[in-house]
Design a protein around this ligand. Structure first.
Ligand code: ADP
Ligand code: MG
Length: 325
């Protein structure tokens, strides 16, 4: 992109678009951003790329895309219990489209402002539409929630409801067979796909309480496996306890809802494990909705329970399309 158009585009849509923070000493406009670090805190860093046609459908509404691009990275900070501070944005654009940029910048800025995270720099290039965001957050030294801390006997919890975004994606691709549910139900499911809510406050309140945590981007089964592998433990999951929204149940029925809750991605809820002794602390500290879905075991695999009986789940049941991590 010519230097002038890139420069004016950045200025117009991204400079001063998010929040002002005292710890940003040099923001957008120089060769590097300079930020002030804090003593007794560590910095959590995560980067994610979203490519058109792979991570989101062509012609996705730009405002939703601005929201989602940042939301998926904020969700990583949430999973570690980190407090968002700064982010950078590398944008590859096929063309300079003012309407698209205005929408994208709006979705991005609204979510950034809500989480007090400042856009401090980036890069702009021409090519197939792709968005890369790197986030930085603070976390108390040695306290970050990791995947390797789960202990045998821990309760397994998930926040919110699962499977909504997966149904939203199927709906968009006209792959939702036998769908029922009202128009409001279906809009809710699509919103859960397009505008996920990163559980940032929940992640922070799990510090000093949870043993392990992960955000659910690829589906509960796929993501809990990361905790099990890193922690060298197994899990028993109670299918009757899976939290599914009434919208999802109305749209696809309980059985399909459970399948989506287990295997579909893009919900960006948190899965975390807590020792039974801390259950009461959890109740007092956590404002978000969460459900106990199982227990950490010592037998290195996942066992599913339905109506009190151990059952086999055969086949993955669901192919991922929208998330690749
Ligand atoms: P350089 O050539 O030194 O990499 P650039 O011309 O790429 O500088 O960028 C100029 C300034 O604008 C830098 O401070 C950079 O961080 C910022 N910037 C570029 N693209 C973006 C973007 N998409 N979002 C936010 N800041 C950006
Ligand atoms: Mg550059």
């Amino acid at each position: 992109m010519s230097e002038l158009s890139e420069f004016s585009l950045i200025k117009k849509y991204f400079e001063n678009s998010t929040v002002e923070r005292d710890d940003v000493l040099v923001g957008i406009g120089d060769d590097c951003a300079i930020v002030q670090s804090k003593t007794h805190q560590q910095i959590a860093i995560s980067v994610d790329t979203l490519v058109e046609g792979i991570h989101f459908l062509p012609n996705t509404d730009p405002e939703s895309l601005g929201h989602k691009s940042l939301a998926v990275s904020l969700s990583d900070l949430a999973a570690m219990g980190a407090t968002p501070a700064w982010f950078t944005l590398a944008l590859t654009l096929p063309e300079v489209n003012a309407d698209w940029l205005a929408g994208f910048a709006k979705g991005l800025a609204n979510l950034a402002t809500a989480h007090n995270i400042a856009l401090i720099g980036g890069d702009t290039t021409r090519g197939p539409l792709s968005i890369t965001i790197q986030v930085h957050g603070h976390v108390d030294a040695e306290q970050a929630l990791r995947r390797d801390g789960a202990k045998v006997g821990d309760s397994i919890y998930v926040s919110g409801t699962l499977g909504d975004a997966g149904a939203g994606l199927k709906l968009k691709q006209s792959q939702l067979k036998n769908k029922s549910g009202t128009a409001t139900d279906l809009i809710f499911l699509q919103q859960r796909l397009d505008k996920p809510t990163p559980r940032v406050a929940l992640g922070q309140s799990l510090l000093y309480v949870a043993h392990a945590a992960i955000d659910i981007s690829d589906g509960l089964v796929a993501d809990i496996k990361h905790i099990l592998e890193k922690s060298n433990v197994g899990a028993q999951i109670n299918l009757d306890a899976l939290p599914v929204s009434t919208e999802l149940t109305q749209a696809v029925g309980r059985e399909e809802a459970e399948k989506l809750a287990l295997y579909s991605g893009d919900d960006y809820e948190l899965c975390f494990t807590v020792s039974p002794e801390k259950d009461s602390e959890l109740v007092n500290k956590i404002k978000d909705t969460y459900s106990k879905v199982g227990t950490i075991t010592d037998d290195n695999n996942i066992v599913f329970i339905k109506s009190g009986q151990e059952i086999e789940l055969t086949g993955a049941g669901y192919e991922h399309f929208s998330t690749e991590s």
